[in-house]
Design a protein around this ligand. Structure first.
Ligand code: SF4
Length: 208
């Protein structure tokens, strides 16, 4: 797809999300938060669900956790305009409660379509809910954070702690920063692998 085709396809998904009332969150949201960023990005960041600021502004990760995400992006010489940022759930759960299973299931097709359109090389799962949906059956986030995994769709997934967890738990911050620094190295490895067309491992990149 060309950039223009991607933009148009993502716009159409965002319009469908804006009109969506498939789950109960449609009746408590202020506005939807479909996702934002570069449709041609090699990296897609996927969080859990909009919070209070995101619900007010319609922009993903625009509150305190988003500022921390911006800092981490800056530390690897990226900014949010150069990546795409979305969530598993497109509407805010009231009082920031965890999303229910039926809400996650009903909202999943939107993200699935976004992934197909953007076609990222690397998907960074921010937090437990994102990890459970995108890399199921791998154990807890405390065990697999920072470990890149290849999924049957051929993409590489990197589970990380959610920025708000790292923001509110000082002991997680250095871990999160260290995990984040792996992103450029993983991208380089994916590009090398694509060049040589050698699949180095079925499940996990061997360099980490
Ligand atoms: S959370 Fe998803 S499925 Fe539920 S109303 Fe919003 S867009 Fe629709």
């Amino acid at each position: 797809m060309t950039l223009e085709e991607k933009k148009e396809a993502l716009k159409k998904i965002a319009e469908r999300i804006s009109a969506c009332s498939l789950c109960r969150l449609a009746f408590t949201r202020s506005q939807v938060v479909p996702g934002a960023g570069d449709p041609n990005s090699e990296i897609l960041f996927v969080g859990e669900a909009p919070g209070v600021q995101e619900d007010r502004q319609g922009i993903p990760f625009c509150g305190p956790a988003g500022k921390f995400l911006d800092q981490m992006l800056e530390s690897i010489e990226l900014d949010r305009d150069k990546v795409f940022i979305a969530n598993i759930i497109k509407c805010r759960p009231p009082a920031n409660r965890d999303p229910e299973d039926d809400e996650k299931n009903l909202c999943w097709p939107y993200l699935k379509e976004q992934i197909e359109i953007i076609n990222p090389k690397l998907i960074v799962c921010l937090g437990r809910h994102s990890m459970i949906r995108l890399v199921p059956g791998q154990g807890s986030i405390s065990k697999i954070h920072g470990q890149p995994l290849r999924r049957p769709d051929g993409r590489i997934y990197l589970p990380l702690y959610h920025p708000s967890a790292a923001l509110h738990n000082g002991s997680l911050r250095p871990i999160q920063m260290k995990d984040f620094q792996k992103i450029p190295q993983i991208l380089r490895k994916i590009k090398e692998e694509n060049k040589t067309e050698t699949k180095v491992s079925k499940n996990q990149l061997p360099i980490f």
